[in-house]
Design a protein. Structure first.
Length: 75
């Protein structure tokens, strides 16, 4: 279970490091903007990037990301 938790933590860290505007302590304030929506959009874009280029977490866990069409469910 610790290995799975570690990979989830890596995912949050990668999204936060890639999108600097998600530094919650400094820039995003609750009730001053759509905090959840901004984070969800950033996570979606990070997942699209992972589908296209892969990432170290997927390599470490030995699982390939899905194709972009399958992830976005484009018929």
């Amino acid at each position: 279970m610790a290995r799975v938790r570690l990979s989830v933590d890596w995912g949050y860290e990668k999204v936060k490091r890639t999108f600097k505007s998600l530094d919650f302590k400094r820039k995003l304030k609750v009730r001053r903007g759509p905090v959840a929506l901004v984070y969800q959009c950033a996570a979606l874009l990070w997942n699209v990037r992972t589908c296209l280029y892969g990432n170290q977490t997927a390599t470490f866990l030995r699982c390939d990301p899905p194709d972009l069409e399958r992830y976005l469910y484009l018929p």
